[in-house]
Design a protein around this ligand. Structure first.
Ligand code: GDP
Ligand code: IMO
Ligand code: MG
Length: 428
């Protein structure tokens, strides 16, 4: 399977980092195709935790080339800090490659993200305030600056002047914020950041296609998730890129026929950070259980994640949107202590039972979950390595999820560590 996409199927933080790291063992390239440092991907290897925001989760292997694709928005200060953090741990980052076509996050993007959220007040989106939305907006408006612009100081300054012509007055007059002078910004990007990033800049399209042509294995690592997708998610409570599998094509420069396999990383329950509808959300002691036992606090922002039961209606939709070949289920161990486990199999909307995602936002906002209930297994599964070691009730839960979603589960996470997983694949 030369080309594989890893995509989050819910609202993020499913454990994409953990499984990308695991799958990367077989890969030559691991390519991030969208998002920016709004992501927080956690890897746990030999008890040591590494949290990544921008650098692809294959970086811990010597044989993997981590690639930041054209669809990513790059804050160079964060990238440099991440390289420094990894190198301080003894991880060699010299293989890192950054597409010259990736867009840059500039200081006014972050500033605008912060003041716009403040302006929205209680209607805020709950963004990560990293400048992601404003950077993608400028890309679409064609006033963005790209990584390759730093290679030509004259072009960089010209483009920066065009952007600042609008951003300066916008921040000053609408939001009462002063921006640094063009010289200050240009100096930082051209003289402080560029020399550090220059060795990594490349034609990522060439790199990816040469690797695919040579029959090597390439993994496209999604950030965020299906229901945070700008087009397919719960708009406007979404991010500003396309995490769904199609985003790997535009964000890494490959065509749909290059892709062999799409793995949907799926948490055994549901979480969400930030605002927006969430039909299966819980506010009781089970939610508290998920937060405390599952450590459901943002890897990146530290925010408490909202928690609820597994939502099979959403997963059926995610299976369609991403043409999932399989699910990799994470955090099954977090259900270990529960007496009963519920799965949302349908919604009740205005007295009607609905089994597919309603397209109208108002219907989704008022959707009430209809649950199927199973007994828990009340057993510690964190040391299981073979599928037959999983308690019968846990196996029944996995079979119910597969039947409800219509997609096989290939692998199940039973703990955060790289080796804490069980191959499930009953059919194989
Ligand atoms: P990502 O953004 O999708 O990469 O996910 P995050 O790293 O933000 O959040 C997932 C969290 O769950 C991290 O702390 C992981 O170490 C942890 N994790 C991943 N898989 C498992 C699992 O199977 N069991 C447990 N207990 N933790 C897991
Ligand atoms: P990973 O890759 C969970 C959410 C934010 C907010 C919305 C928009 O770790 O799964 P943004 O800053 O992107 O404009 O915020 O998207 N969000 C995430 N939630 N995991 C993430 O990334 C997220 N990245 C953004 O909380 O609701
Ligand atoms: Mg995360």
């Amino acid at each position: 399977m030369p080309a594989t996409i890893v995509v989050g199927t819910q609202w993020g933080d499913e454990g994409k980092g953990k499984f990308t790291d695991l799958f990367a063992k077989e890969m030559s390239l691991v390519v991030r195709y969208q998002g920016g440092h709004n992501a927080g991907h956690t890897l746990v290897v030999d008890g040591e935790t590494t949290a990544l925001q921008l650098i692809p989760s294959g970086v811990l292997y010597d044989h993997v080339t981590p690639v930041i694709g054209n669809g990513v928005v790059v804050d160079p200060a964060v990238l440099i800090a991440e390289v420094d953090m990894l190198e301080a741990k003894g991880v060699d980052c010299s293989r890192l490659r950054v597409s010259g076509n990736a867009h840059l996050i500039l200081p006014y993007h972050q500033e605008l993200d912060v003041v716009f959220e403040r302006h929205l007040g209680q209607n805020k989106l709950g963004t990560t305030k990293r400048g992601i939305g404003p950077a993608y907006a400028d890309k679409a408006f064609r006033i963005g600056l790209r990584v390759q612009d730093m290679m030509d100081p004259k072009i960089f300054r010209e483009k920066l002047a065009v952007a600042l012509h609008e951003k300066g007055p916008l921040l000053a007059k609408v939001y009462n914020r002063l921006l640094p002078d063009i010289d200050v910004i240009a100096d930082k990007y051209l003289h402080e950041y560029y020399p550090r990033i220059e060795p990594y800049i490349c034609d990522a399209i060439d790199l990816v296609h040469e690797s695919l042509d040579a029959g090597q294995h390439v993994l496209f690592e999604g950030a965020q998730a299906t229901f945070l997708d700008l087009d397919q998610g719960t708009y406007p409570f979404v991010t500003s890129s396309n995490p769904t599998a199609g985003g790997a094509c535009t964000g890494a420069g490959v065509g749909p026929r290059d892709i062999d396999r799409v793995v949907g990383i799926t948490k055994a329950y549901t979480t969400r950070v930030g605002s927006g509808p969430f039909p299966a959300e819980l506010f009781d002691e089970v939610a508290e259980h998920f937060v405390t036992v599952g450590h459901e606090f943002g890897t990146n922002t530290g925010r408490r994640r909202r928690c609820g039961w597994f939502d099979a209606v959403m997963l059926r939709h995610a299976a369609r949107l991403n043409s999932l070949s399989e699910m990799a289920l994470t955090k099954l161990d977090i259900l270990d202590d529960l007496d009963t486990i519920k799965v949302c199999v349908a919604y009740e909307i205005d007295g009607n039972t609905v089994t597919s995602m309603p397209y109208h936002q108002s219907d989704f906002h008022k959707a009430k979950p209809i649950y199927e209930e199973l007994p828990g297994w009340k057993t510690d599964i964190s040391a299981c390595t073979e599928r037959h070691q999983l308690p019968t009730e846990a196996q029944d839960y996995l079979r119910l999820l597969e039947a409800q979603v219509g997609v096989p589960i290939s692998v199940v996470g039973v703990g955060p560590g790289r080796n804490q997983f069980v191959h499930w694949n009953e059919g194989s």
